[in-house]
Design a protein around this ligand. Sequence first.
Ligand code: PXP
Length: 239
Amino acid sequence: MLPYQRLGVNIDHVATLRNARGGTYPEPVRAALQAIAAGADGITAHLREDRRHIRDADMAALKAAISKPLNFEMAATPEMLRIALATAPHACCLVPEKRTEVTTEGGLDVAGQLGTLRPFVGQLRDAGIRVSLFVDPDPAQLRASAEAGANIVELHTGAYAEGKPGELERLISGAALAASLGLEVHAGHGLTYENTPPVSAIPQVVELNIGHFIIGEAVFTGLDVVVRRFRELMDQART
Ligand code: PXP
């Protein structure tokens, strides 16, 4: 039996739906509370530079309302650093951000910006915030993440989810390398009922962050049903 694997539920797309009508419904906080009641171990939200889904007030409201860890996804910019320090989430996950992308398309180039990332990570860690870097399962990026002083790497599962050959093997070896470097290992992006079990079964992966599929599937079966189904799939994969 492998160690327990946490499920972080990303509620960004509840805010996407809310913003489509410009009002306050449906509320991301309500989704977060329902996900936690159904067994989510944490809530993830991404405050993008363009505020296309989550807004500043959502982050503050989530932090105030939830009893489980808040994972604040953000780009490594001075504006986001200021907001993260004011919010004091359990963790920050640093992601690359391009204004024109539909979603986070690839991992962070930690190796290429070690000089700026190291002090950025340091400021968050000095404030007692755990720092995760969202990276492709590439040995150079994993080594650079350890050098940058991160606590955690979140392995980008997007290429695996798209069915690219060899990607599961890259995740398996990347997770082992990251753990050997002293990093906690998380994974996420594009995960569904179908493709989650092989990732759940990677021994070193102790947290998954899942958003789009959970919120989409909740339309059909309800958020609590989806969260409970993921919990079952993850537990089965680790026994
Ligand atoms: N982890 C990170 C770092 C992400 O940027 C995202 C997408 O916002 C996710 C996990 C969740 O991906 P998805 O919405 O495809 O489940």
